[in-house]
Ligand binder design. Structure first.
Ligand code: SF4
Ligand code: SF4
Length: 434
């Protein structure tokens, strides 16, 4: 999964592994979006080959033209997964570290400690726009140059519906009428420690609560130790390694004692990958929420006549090798047909802070992803990472506004609800559609 960091003084022997087959081009989102081979894995390798000196050392700084090629790399690792010669992504990571902008101003907006405030302000602003412009507000603002940037920022923030909105949406798609009571808790058989995460815990708190209800229903008790903070991924990829290291230290202190006896449950694929770079005592305990659920005995589930497309977060698929489990979990939901989009292995263009740093390119990648998802004929898209959720939510609003996206665990929670009798269902008017 995460190999040891590449010694960038010894890149030449790694560069020689590339046999120039070009297989990686079709999986690289930056190449697919631009058609520019210098923005492909093979092109980036050729640049590195030119840069490395006779002993295979990279320079301490990069020329602006070269810098851009690595700055625009998403770090998605799709090239590493496909490469038949085993060229490691960490080779790009070494050059990316040289190319990355230091402490970009855009990242001051999305500090971990501001996530709760961003959720409240973003939700309020979106509600105002929906009230004024209707549910297609995002499409109406896109052609307006003055409003476009702000609309994209708002539309691409990770957001999930409340219980009522979720039930209303899925009742409409499935033709069911659901109760709002979560499945009853079962006697605990296992305990897990939850890594709360700033994106999952503060931007998607309703989804996190629903996951906990679902786990309680299958006898998994969840402990949430105090003192945990952001995993550090945003800072690690935003040119702030010292701040990322401080977060790591605090998390190790808060979580290590608790995970000695339990697994460490992580909802966001991005946090999961970052936590796997922590000391072994903690990294080895990480379990993705989707992987955990795929292997558990689930509570009784209702029939859901839905075509569902799963979007693979790169940090799950390429970073942690999680490919089969989400599909297996989906196939365990009675009635669900899993459909596969074209280019499932290609990044959606979210990439942590990438969408803030490179908004135009990121948006183009998102829209390509949204078109592929819509072409499947799916009724619903599900995923397992807050960044992908926001990015694709925004792109779908422009490309296929009738196609919703949800966290996968929210769909499982809905499947575990009971059916409503009489008029007690949640089909009453609840205002704006999610
Ligand atoms: S897939 Fe691997 S070997 Fe083939 S061109 Fe890309 S990096 Fe080189
Ligand atoms: S990590 Fe992703 S964006 Fe970067 S070169 Fe590889 S496939 Fe392309």
């Amino acid at each position: 999964v995460n190999g040891p960091p590449v010694d960038r003084r010894r890149v030449r022997e790694l560069l020689q592994q590339c046999v120039q087959c070009g297989l990686c081009l079709a999986t690289c989102a930056t190449y697919l979006a631009t058609g520019d081979e210098t923005l492909s894995p093979r092109g980036r390798l050729l640049l590195l080959a030119e840069l490395a000196d006779g002993e295979g050392r990279l320079p301490e700084t990069l020329e602006p033209s070269v810098r851009e090629a690595f700055d625009l790399c998403l770090g998605c690792r799709a090239c590493e997964t496909i490469c038949p010669s085993g060229v490691p992504f960490t080779l790009f990571e070494a050059a990316k570290t040289l190319a990355e902008r230091r402490d970009p101003p855009a990242l001051h907006v999305v500090r971990p400690e501001r996530m709760g405030m961003l959720r409240r302000l973003g939700g309020a602003a979106e509600a105002v726009l929906r009230a004024g412009l209707g549910s297609r507000w995002r499409r109406r603002l896109e052609p307006l140059p003055a409003a476009r940037r702000a609309a994209r920022l708002l539309g691409s923030r990770p957001a999930a519906p409340s219980d009522r909105e979720l039930v209303r949406l899925l009742d409409r798609l499935t033709g069911r009428r659901s109760t709002l009571a979560p499945p009853p808790p079962a006697p605990p058989r296992e305990r897990v420690v939850l890594f709360r995460g700033c994106a999952s815990g503060d931007l998607l708190p309703d989804s996190q609560r629903r996951l906990r209800q679902l786990l309680a229903a299958v006898g998994v008790a969840v402990d949430v130790p105090d003192g945990q903070v952001c995993c550090g991924a945003l800072d690690a990829h935003g040119g702030q390694p010292a701040r990322a290291a401080r977060y790591r230290q605090r998390n190790v202190a808060a979580l290590a004692p608790a995970v000695a006896q339990s697994r460490l449950l992580v909802e966001a694929a991005g946090c999961g990958l970052e936590l796997r770079t922590y000391p072994e005592s903690l990294a080895d305990r990480v379990v993705d929420a989707v992987v955990l659920l795929a292997d558990l005995t689930l509570p009784p589930l209702r029939e859901l006549p839905l075509r569902v497309a799963y979007h693979d977060p790169c940090h799950a698929r390429h970073g942690q090798g999680i490919v089969e489990e989400p599909r297996r979990l989906l196939r365990r939901l009675p009635g669900v047909e899993v459909v596969e989009p074209e280019e499932a292995e290609v990044c959606c263009g979210s990439g942590g802070p990438y969408a803030l740093l490179h908004p135009e390119l990121s948006a183009a990648m998102g829209r390509r992803k949204a078109r592929h998802l819509a072409e499947t004929g799916a009724d619903l898209v599900v995923t397992a990472n807050p960044g992908c959720l926001g990015q694709i939510r925004d792109a779908l609003a422009l490309e296929a506004p009738e196609l919703p996206i949800l966290p996968l665990t929210d769909l499982v929670w809905y499947a575990a609800l009971g059916d409503a009798g009489g008029d007690t269902s949640c089909t009453v008017d609840m205002g704006q559609e999610y």
